[in-house]
Design a protein. Structure first.
Ligand code: SF4
Ligand code: SF4
Length: 460
């Protein structure tokens, strides 16, 4: 195979000069832009959305409560967070089995923010050629001016990313209103930490993070099998490559234009085969498709393919059998099971939590008028997003009744209330199980119950 032509905008391995990837366009680039828009609209936009008078999504660590629209999660609801993490993991495994490093190329924050920084590069310094020329004039007044403007914009973006990140944990409107002097040192630490990491990782290190630091890049190959789609150069069609002017009947389809290398954000030549640095972004596919279109050749000299597909030339790259193969099916079933179980549990979830504790000092006491009293302490939590008027009901054998307890109590949204209550019955009433029910007045289907026991005493 002939050696790859030297591309001046791609520095030699080990060089201190930064990569200057060329921007491309095409269907995979459109997907990447769409995902950037969606993920960033969620990241930057959601903390500004209000729901029932408070931030719609807020992980309020200080109050140990998580608000997700109308739902309110408490530390004891940790199981839902665990289920969400499991679902995300199975989704990642499933996507990686089907389409390789699709997460890396399209949705990983490092890719997303590196792409945003690349757009800033392009905005301030021009295209890849202008950037390479500017890099060659390092230290000149133009270099200083453009780098100064670019890094100022990067820092501004990273500062806002840091503020927004904090806004997922402290109400964002409140954070913005307190800027700059009203924020605590800890809050500034979070902004500087997250924004600073983004500036260093996405603004400076970029592809080095994917190549040398990311642990996921190291173990994801364990999820691949012979049918996993990876970005692949069709060497049977492309080789022997050569410049167009040398085109002859024996020449392959690759005209050795080098554009697939120029657009690669990690600086590799996919024509040398799949390499661990490849993040599966498919920029080289888009770039080569444009070249093939211009030459009037079929697209797909670089394409998504698998080992199985390569061994069966002419077959479809991805079939129903690929979707349903055992490994992918296992991840899909696990993903569906966790998602469905969590969805059902959430639908059946009661926004009240009710616990009852008996008075441990005295299980039962007899009063002067011949009644037996049992005391209890109820702990009632309202995890709904709105205050609730909660009514207490007692289910017990005849003779046992509530003593002097107001039957309705108002509990704030996300609030707790303690409810001391006394049950009374005539002496001689046998000990028996009881049930206490807390029910919302506005939502009668919000109803929780707990059980305890009434201890009777014999008459004197
Ligand atoms: S873009 Fe396509 S034609 Fe150009 S060098 Fe790459 S593989 Fe060859
Ligand atoms: S080789 Fe192609 S798919 Fe892989 S990182 Fe480079 S441009 Fe993206």
């Amino acid at each position: 195979m002939p050696a790859a032509r030297t591309i001046p905008i791609h520095p030699a391995p080990g060089s201190a000069t930064a990569l200057q990837p060329r921007l491309t366009r095409g269907r995979f680039n459109n997907w990447r832009v769409a995902l950037i828009v969606v993920t960033q609209a969620v990241f930057f936009g959601l903390p500004w959305l209000n729901w029932d008078g408070r931030q719609a999504v807020l992980f309020d660590v200080a109050r140990q409560q998580f608000f997700v629209f109308g739902l309110n999660f408490w530390p004891q609801d940790f199981i839902y967070l665990a289920a969400l993490l499991m679902a995300c993991a199975f989704l990642l495994f499933w996507a990686s089995t089907l389409a390789g490093r699709v997460w890396c190329g399209y949705a990983c924050p490092q890719t997303v923010y590196s792409t945003l920084m690349l757009w800033l590069d392009r905005l301030v310094e021009g295209n890849h050629i202008a950037r390479a020329r500017l890099a060659a004039r390092r230290g000149s007044s133009e270099w200083l001016a453009r780098k100064g403007v670019k890094h100022a914009l990067m820092l501004l973006l990273c500062a806002w990313i840091g503020v927004t990140f904090l806004g997922w944990f402290v109400p964002l409107r409140e954070v913005v209103a307190r800027l700059p002097a009203g924020l605590t040192a800890l809050e500034w630490g979070w902004i500087a930490g997250y924004g600073g990491f983004t500036y260093v990782l996405a603004g400076h290190l970029r592809e080095q993070v994917c190549k040398h630091m990311c642990p996921y890049a190291r173990f994801q190959a364990s999820m691949f099998d012979a049918r996993t789609l990876v970005v692949d150069y069709d060497s049977a069609r492309g080789e022997p490559r050569g410049a167009l002017r040398k085109a002859a009947s024996a020449q392959g389809a690759c005209v050795d234009c080098g554009i697939c290398v120029q657009v690669c954000p990690v600086g590799i030549d996919i024509r040398q085969g799949l390499q661990y640095e490849c993040i599966g972004c498919a920029a080289c596919i888009d770039a080569c498709d444009i070249v093939m279109d211009k030459l009037g050749q079929p697209r797909g000299l670089i394409r998504f393919s698998s080992d199985t597909h390569r061994q069966q030339p002419g077959s479809a790259a991805f079939t129903l059998r690929d979707w349903l193969r055992p490994r992918a099916s296992l991840y899909a079933v696990l993903l569906l099971t966790v998602t469905l179980a969590t969805g059902i549990a959430l639908m059946q979830r009661q926004p009240f939590k009710l616990d009852v504790a008996r008075d441990r000092q005295q299980l039962a006491r007899e009063t002067a008028d011949g009644q037996v009293e049992n005391r209890y302490l109820l702990q009632l939590g309202n995890s709904a997003g709105v205050p609730q008027d909660v009514e207490l009901q007692l289910q017990a054998p005849p003779g046992i009744r509530l003593l002097g307890t107001p039957p309705v109590r108002r509990i704030d949204a996300g609030g707790n209330a303690q409810w001391a209550l006394t049950l009374t019955a005539p002496a001689g009433q046998p000990s028996s199980p009881i049930t206490l029910i807390a029910q919302s007045r506005s939502h009668p289907d919000w109803r929780v119950r707990t059980s305890s026991r009434f201890i009777g005493l014999p008459p004197r």
